[in-house]
Design a protein around this ligand. Structure first.
Ligand code: GTP
Ligand code: MG
Length: 196
């Protein structure tokens, strides 16, 4: 039953535009085109809650969706997209960093990575940052429909191994917004974060 709540256009307006820093917020972060908006739509069973696009860099705002009075999902702008002017890139990264560091109600971070290209520098930084801040992480390996089952599990195991040092703080799951693969697992984890 998620409903669009608000978009924060830039860091200056961030706190002004975001709802009060209370309750539970779960943020979706990842490189541009990783499938953040698609995952949000699949998980909330709404075709066009979050705008998706073939063009990386579509989501340039922090978009907040309300699940209920106390719980929200947040679609963050993607990082790492090369064809964005440097000034704009810096602006996004600043907005992203500020949101992640200052938002007290942030209760979980979903880091989405294309299963074919996981664990880029910024992804790892994001995960490390969240673990340092004691925010649980779900590393979601998206577009898993693009790989055959054996290649998929191989990747999942490699990423689990690479992140094993973080222990229970970081979970790794395959996901497909297209097919709904991994959805029950992911919903289970989000549900735990939503009801601490
Ligand atoms: P930005 O907003 O630019 O940061 O991108 P995003 O991370 O929100 O990605 P988005 O959900 O817009 O998806 C990017 C592209 O990947 C779109 O063309 C989607 O259709 C495609 N895509 C997303 N999820 C999947 C998936 O599970 N399987 C397949 N095959 N394609 C997907
Ligand atoms: Mg998006």
């Amino acid at each position: 039953q998620a409903k669009f709540l608000i978009s924060a256009p830039d860091i200056a307006h961030l706190n002004e535009h975001l709802p009060g820093d209370v309750g539970v917020e779960i943020a979706f972060a990842g490189r541009s085109n990783a499938g953040k908006s698609s995952a949000l739509n699949q998980l909330t069973e709404q075709k066009s809650l979050a705008r998706t696009s073939k063009t990386p860099g579509r989501t340039q705002l922090i978009n907040v969706f309300a699940l209920d009075e106390h719980r929200r999902l947040v679609d963050l702008p993607g990082y790492g997209f090369a064809q964005v002017p440097l000034a704009l890139k810096k602006k996004w990264q600043q907005a992203l960093g500020q949101y992640l560091q200052e938002r007290e109600c942030l209760s979980g971070l979903v880091v989405l990575m294309d299963i074919r290209h996981p664990l880029k520098d910024l992804d790892v930084q994001m995960i490390e940052w969240a673990v340092d801040s004691q925010i649980p992480v779900l590393a979601l390996l998206t577009k898993c429909d693009k790989l055959a089952q054996s290649a998929r599990m191989k990747m999942v195991n490699e990423v689990r191994k690479a992140l094993a040092d973080f222990g229970d703080a970081v979970k790794v799951e395959p996901f497909s917004s297209l097919k709904g693969t991994g959805k029950p697992k992911v919903l289970g984890i989000l549900n735990e974060w939503c009801h601490p």
